[in-house]
Structure formats: C-alpha cells, structure tokens
Design a protein around this ligand. Structure first.
Ligand code: YXS
Length: 259
C-alpha cells in the first residue's frame, strides 16, 4: 500500500504524504517513495517539485519513525540513515522543491522542510525540533541546516525547549516564505511554481547547487569532527536515549535522569 501520492504534469512534480494513520512519520518505506518520486521527476526534467500532505491532515509529518530509531549504542542519525538520505535527495534535486504546509511538523520532518527551497504555509503549520524530547544527539549537518536559517539564540530555544514554533513566528523569522489563508494555499503554491517553471532551469539548478555548497562551507578540523562524534556517542549510548524511545512507545512522558 503506497504511503505517498506521486503526480507529474507539465514539468511539475507533486509528492503528497499519504500515511495519516501514522501521522506521515518518516519510515524508511515512506522515505523510499519520496526519493523515487524525486528521481522520476529528475528523469523527466521537472522544473519544480512540491512536497505536501493531504488537505485535511492536521500533521504534515511526525518526523523520524521512532520505531526505526537506531537502538541505544548506535548513531540514530548516521550518514546513511533514511532521513539523511532524503535530506540529501532534496538538496541535490536539480530544481526548486516547495514545501506546502497546513499542519504540524516534528523532529526530522522539520529539518526536511528546512531543506526544501521555499516554504508556503497556513497558520495551522507549526515547526518543532524534538531531539531533546527523545534524548537524541542531533548531528552536525542537521544543526548547520538550522544555523544557516536562524540566529543561534532561536536555534538554541527550538532545540532546548522542543516546543512547536507558530507559523506567524516562523514567518517573522524568515523560515516561511509566504503565510497564506487555507483556501489560498494550493492556488498560491501552484502559481509560484508556475513562475519558477518559466525561468531558465540550468541557471536555477546551478544557483541551487552553489547555495548548497556555500551554505555548507564551514571548515571543521578532523579533531573537531572527532570531538563532536565522541560527544554525540555519549548521548546515544545513554540511558536517557533508551528512556526517550521507550516512553514514546509506551505512550507516557519520559523521565530523563541525565545518564
Ligand atoms: O498507536 P498507533 O499505532 O495508532 O500509532 C500512533 C503513533 O504511534 C504514530 N506516530 C508515530 N510513529 C512513529 N514515529 C513517529 N514519530 C510517530 N508519531 C506518531 O501515529 C499514530 C497516531 O499518533 P498519535 O495518537 O500520537 O496522534 P496525535 O494526533 O494524538 O498526535 C500527533 C503528534 C504528532 C503530536 C504525536 O503523534 C507525536 O507527538 N508524535 C511524535 C512527534 C515527535 O516527537 N517526533 C520526533 C521523532 S524523532 C525525530 O524526528 C528525530 C530523530 S529528532 O527527535 O532528533 O528530531
């Protein structure tokens, strides 16, 4: 049974997350469908792609599928984790990817949205960063995605509180490009997509890749990288990481003890 709906017409691809019973949580299966949809669009010279959920979905995506999080002792956000793969698929997709939001976004799905090129949302959209809620040590590339878009004080607040950011505040902070009324969301998004389609695709593709390369151009010495990995290991080896996952699966609030 498909977890997404993939459409392609007039050089525009649309991927609709369609697994509301599991709040569009980013399972490896759902991620595989997103990546293959993007590959199909690329093979057919799409000039723009739209990533959305169903119209009536209250949750755009609940983030990484917690059932699939690496067991304690292994890095939950390693380079080849499905979430990291879909983030790279969006970053390397040679045309703009527009996120169309009308519901709440959680955890790794918030990074997925930040990785998109343009965000159009209604007031029902909220964005939450949740590693501290689960006991996950977010990864450097992921943190850099947020640091490239926000002041460090806002990034700290989002990571430390794990509280959802309102659409209004996200627009004020420049995360959401356009905040529109619910009844206008589709027409506004498709109209913007049409404007992009009329422009030179090679120019856009190369500017998108330059923006990706320049935004990541922060040199890390091997020693710094290894120190970060060592720090992250103390977290994903911890009892708190185990407790965060267990609490979610048992549908109860976690009790973190700092070890
Ligand atoms: O019990 P059933 O089978 O009906 O399934 C429930 C939930 O277990 C399931 N579900 C998820 N399954 C796997 N991974 C998830 N992230 C996930 N979220 C939800 O969907 C069914 C309905 O969930 P329910 O009853 O809670 O729905 P609700 O409408 O009352 O509440 C919607 C949410 C999104 C507020 C709630 O489901 C929720 O808080 N979900 C977890 C959000 C979250 O903490 N996501 C972070 C995942 S970890 C991650 O993304 C990164 C690793 S990190 O943490 O580092 O950012």
């Amino acid at each position: 049974m498909s977890l997404t709906i993939t459409e392609f017409r007039d050089e525009m691809g649309i991927i609709t997350l369609d697994n509301d019973s599991k709040r569009n949580s980013l399972s490896s299966e759902l991620i595989e469908e997103i990546i293959s949809g993007l590959n199909y669009f690329k093979d057919n010279d799409a000039r723009v792609a739209i990533l959305r959920a169903n119209k009536e979905s209250k949750v755009f995506s609940a983030g990484h599928d917690i059932n699939e999080l690496a067991k304690p002792g292994r890095d939950p956000l390693s380079y080849n984790d499905p979430l990291e793969q879909v983030l790279r698929a969006i970053e390397h997709f040679p045309a703009p990817v527009i996120a169309m939001l009308n519901g709440s976004v959680w955890g790794g799905a918030t990074e997925l949205i930040f990785t998109c090129d343009i965000i159009i949302a209604t007031r029902k959209a909220t964005l939450a960063l949740t590693p501290a809620r689960i006991g996950v040590p977010y990864n450097p590339n992921g943190i850099l995605h947020f640091l490239n878009m926000l002041s460090i004080s806002v990034v700290k607040e989002l990571f430390y509180t794990a509280q959802p950011l309102s659409a209004e505040r996200a627009e004020q902070l420049g995360i959401i490009n356009h905040l529109v009324a619910e009844e206008e969301l589709e027409t506004y998004t498709f109209a913007l997509a049409e404007k992009i389609k009329k422009n030179a695709p090679l120019s856009i593709a190369v500017m998108k890749e330059q923006l990706r390369l320049l935004s990541k151009a922060s040199p890390l010495s091997p020693e710094t990288f290894e120190r970060i990995q060592g720090l992250r290991r103390t977290v994903y080896d911890s009892n708190d990481y185990k407790e965060g996952i267990q609490a979610f699966l048992e549908k109860r609030e976690p009790v973190f003890k700092g070890n």
